[in-house]
Design a protein around this ligand. Sequence first.
Ligand code: IMP
Ligand code: MG
Length: 182
Amino acid sequence: MERVRLFDKTFKTFIPNEEIEKAIDNVAAKVNADFRGCTDIPILLCVLNGSILFTAELMKRLDFNCEVVSIKLSSYSGTERGEKVRQMMGLTADITGRRVIIVEDIVDSGNTIMELRKILAEKGAAASYICTMLLKPESCRKDLHPEYVAMEIPNDFIVGFGLDYNEIGRNLKDIYVLDPDA
Ligand code: IMP
Ligand code: MG
């Protein structure tokens, strides 16, 4: 098992890249099945910075016309989840009347998604769908039902494939979990 050191913490391999790619194949197939042949141009909303890699891998696999829009939100500091979701950068395009597929790296407490849904409703989106690479069902609010989930994981702190620890580790190809014994 490979270990990586990021600042003061050690992480160990948790989900290898091939497994991540397979899970993205499967979730992309589900999105395609629902949106293929659509007459509108749905928006893929990339929630920066965490979903950069997932958005790229997902969109390569989609076979309907779509447009990419970004927004930057922030709730984490270190390995601790903050209560308040802050908007660091607003929507990069007008989404009025459009169907929006929210592309998230991970749904943890669900606070970020709730805030996003509020923003999208205020901006006049026609509909919104959640497509997340990872879901922590143990910590996720029960009233939140993401339409598309690539992988479910336990309630542990992870990094890699877009996810960070204090902004580093996003470039790791595999997903790593905090190693409490190291
Ligand atoms: P939520 O608002 O609690 O659902 O958290 C969502 C955001 O927190 C995600 O979009 C991630 O950017 C970040 N996050 C949640 N869990 C982790 C983790 O285990 N590692 C790194 N970032 C995480
Ligand atoms: Mg995120």
